[in-house]
Design a protein around this ligand. Structure first.
Ligand code: PHE
Length: 379
């Protein structure tokens, strides 16, 4: 780099010097040596000295390797007492009056040129001294990257939960929680899942060893339990959303995990229809995934909704299965003491991992739980 800069400098000066020396001389006849039949000897000497000065200074400056050497060269070229510039100044004062103004300009230009050459070299050598030749013992290398402070952040699943809560809050749904250890009533019975129902099979649930006699406890298999807990304690109208962990003894693979999270939505109001359900789901999907996301219903069955649907969302040109939903079954409303002739409502449930994986393009939901910071750092 230094070499490049040096060469630039030289070629610029050289061409300039060439102009002065040849064709420039004719042109500049109007300035220097004006009116004279030929140049006087003293003018010739002056011009030659300027040329030499400009030609040799860059080389001298380039040749120095430290500040002391530079100072020596500076004295030789620009020194106030006996430097080359001083000699040229003497030649200048020996010129005839007619030449002096133009020659003076040339003198000043040469002086500026060479002075800035020395200034640049001074800067370069002073900087270079710091970084290169100062002993390393006491030096702090400020260019070495520091140790980064690792800041933790919210897990992508928790981020998703909070986003869904916020979106649902804008639609008037209050966030509520329920216990993860449940009894038969809240996980099954009140949801119209009778004793003989296959969903209660011990192979499909995590029953706890501390079972209370005929009413064994279990890790909840769905968040629909929270519908019951809220309805038991409140009167309609209701708009609630509950997000939390559920447990099923599935073998872990790219789309299953024995513990995952669900979003449960419940709205109980007078005159609720499936159209309300669909627009709430569409709002949720559009706000969460971005853009205008279409929602479609497919007929299905859940014991606690009638009619029941599975709902898909169209995203990226494909229909993606998102969860289950339906109008709350009158038997469920009756089980919590509501009058099915007075109020109706809808409920829906969907997997948090599933929507998070969709949104972030995660192919394997197990990645959410491996606690590999290289993965988690991306969210
Ligand atoms: N609880 C159901 C499930 O886990 C989903 C669902 C919720 C269906 C609410 C209908 C209404 O699959």
């Amino acid at each position: 780099m230094r070499r490049g800069r040096h060469l630039d400098c030289r070629s610029r000066l050289r061409s300039r010097s060439a102009v002065t020396a040849s064709s420039g001389r004719d042109e500049s006849a109007g300035r220097v040596g004006e009116g004279a039949a030929g140049q006087t000897d003293s003018l010739r000497d002056f011009l030659a000295a300027v040329d030499l000065f400009l030609a040799t200074a860059p080389e001298a400056v380039a040749g120095v390797t430290d500040l002391a050497g530079l100072e020596q060269a500076r004295i030789e070229f620009l020194g106030a007492r006996s430097g080359q510039l001083k000699s040229i100044q003497k030649l200048l004062s020996g010129l005839v009056a007619a030449d002096r103004a133009a020659a003076g300009r040339q003198f000043n230009e040469a002086k500026t040129e060479v002075t800035s050459l020395f200034a640049a070299a001074q800067e370069r050598l002073a900087g270079g001294n710091d970084a290169i030749s100062r002993p390393a013992a006491d030096a702090i290398d400020v260019t070495v990257p520091g140790d980064p402070v690792l800041l933790g952040h919210i897990h992508p699943i928790t981020q998703t939960i909070r986003q869904v809560q916020e979106i649902m809050a804008r639609l008037g749904f209050e966030s509520v929680d329920g216990p993860e250890v449940e009894d038969q009533w809240h996980n099954f019975e009140a949801l119209a899942i009778p004793t003989a129902h296959p969903a209660r099979d011990p192979l499909d649930n995590f029953y706890l060893a501390v079972a209370r006699g005929a009413d064994p406890l279990l890790l909840r298999s769905q968040t629909s339990t929270v519908q019951i807990r809220v309805m038991e304690n409140r009167r309609p109208p209701l708009r609630i959303v509950s997000l939390g962990r559920v447990y099923r003894p599935d073998t872990a693979d790219a789309t299953h995990y024995p513990m995952f999270h669900q979003v449960e939505g419940l709205l109980i109001e007078h005159g609720t229809t499936m159209a309300h359900l669909k627009s709430v789901l569409r709002q949720l999907a559009s706000s969460f995934l971005g853009g205008d996301v279409r929602v479609r219903f497919r007929p299905s069955f859940f014991p606690f909704t009638e009619p029941s649907v599975e709902f898909d969302m169209e995203w990226g040109g494909r229909w993606i299965e998102m969860g289950g939903a339906g109008m709350v079954d009158p038997a469920v409303l009756a089980a919590v003491g509501y009058d099915p002739d007075e109020v109706s409502g809808f409920a829906f449930g969907l997997g948090v991992e599933r929507i998070a994986a969709r949104r972030y393009g995660v192919a394997d939901i197990r990645d959410f739980y491996r606690n590999d910071v290289r993965f988690l750092r991306q969210f």
